[in-house]
Write a protein that binds this ligand. Structure first.
Ligand SMILES: O=P(O)(O)O[C@@H]1C[C@H](O)[C@@H](CO)O1
Ligand code: HPA
Length: 295
């Protein structure tokens, strides 16, 4: 890979990795699922699985965080090919945003149309409970404000335009499909909608920072996803994102609880089955929607 500004991957790098994967598998996924911390279990429901460890895929970064298995799983859900990222990459691991978002452009080149992102986040909105699932309707890209943005550097028009619109990054149609599915599954009590804020991490927020984020309009805070969503939107992919509220963020100096990563993973385990049902139903609805759109 070569380096230019924030950008360390050339079109040839993306092409090489895509061709390598397409030579190794006959799956041609239309949906990619990015599994956040502790949520790799989402791939377990797929059949006809074919797994590639990140270290074996040319140009792929490797996962360094507990709860991120570090493999790409191709499989079938409801007769449709999907690709699951069991583990994704974070700024705090020391990766550039070009590396963090590298897989998204591979998905684009492979023919993916929908990216379904899951992650873990801390609930800022006082109404949120641990275990709630927040449908992300918008985000605040805090590292982006400071120039840590995946689209900084020369723009490659083969992926998208220089100045992409982000006001509709999260598909409105797919968001309402998630609401319908949660009613059908009888879990609408856990479903919320809100604004996710990305911070770089790796420390959890101070109380003053959390209060600032609440004033700014953030309902939850996490350390990932926004770069991937930005790059997905830039290259014309539909995005739907679900954030599992794994802890309540302290807004109050009298609160004694201290958040830690083990607790985050524990809550992910608790909600993995429900998230898996949501994801499976969502994929089958996306397939139906595609069929309707092409008829
Ligand atoms: O990868 P995600 O965003 O799901 O993981 C969150 C943010 C940190 O990586 C970690 C903190 O516990 O969980
Ligand atoms: O409270 C949090 N803050 C930031 N990232 C997180 N990921 C899970 N919980 C949190």
């Amino acid at each position: 890979m070569h380096t230019k500004g924030n950008c360390c991957c050339s079109f040839e790098d993306y092409k090489l990795t895509t061709e390598w994967l397409m030579n190794q598998t006959s799956h041609r996924p239309k949906v990619a699922i990015i599994c956040g911390s502790g949520l790799g279990l989402l791939a377990d429901g797929a059949s006809n699985k074919q797994t590639f460890r990140y270290q074996d895929i040319p140009n792929f970064p490797i996962s360094t965080v507990p709860g991120h298995d570090g493999c790409l799983v191709f499989g079938t859900i409801e007769d449709r090919s999907c690709v699951f990222m069991k583990g994704h990459f974070h700024l705090y691991e020391g990766y550039t945003l070009c590396q963090v978002t590298f897989p998204v452009r591979i998905f684009k080149l492979m023919g993916v149309e929908l990216v379904l992102v899951t992650n873990a986040s801390g609930g800022i909105c006082p109404d949120f409970k641990v275990g709630d699932i927040m449908i992300i309707k918008d985000h605040i890209n805090l590292p982006g404000f400071a120039g840590q943005h995946p689209l900084c550097g020369p723009n490659d028009e083969r992926f998208g335009i220089r100045f992409p619109c982000m006001s509709d990054a999260y598909s409105k149609d797919m968001r309402s499909v998630v609401v319908d599915i949660s009613t059908e599954l009888g879990c609408s009590d856990f479903i919320r909608e809100g604004v996710y804020c990305m911070v770089s991490g790796p420390n959890f927020e101070t109380i003053a920072e959390a209060r600032m984020l609440w004033i700014l309009g953030c309902d939850s805070v996490g350390m990932s996803m926004v770069p991937e969503v930005t790059v997905a939107k830039h290259c014309g992919l539909q995005v739907v994102a679900l954030s599992l509220i794994t802890n309540k963020v302290s807004l109050d100096y009298s609160r004694e609880e201290k958040v830690n990563h083990e607790e985050v993973l524990e809550i992910c385990k608790m909600r993995a089955e429900l998230l898996q049902k949501l994801v499976t139903s969502l994929i089958s609805r996306f397939n139906q929607q595609q069929i309707i759109n092409t008829n």
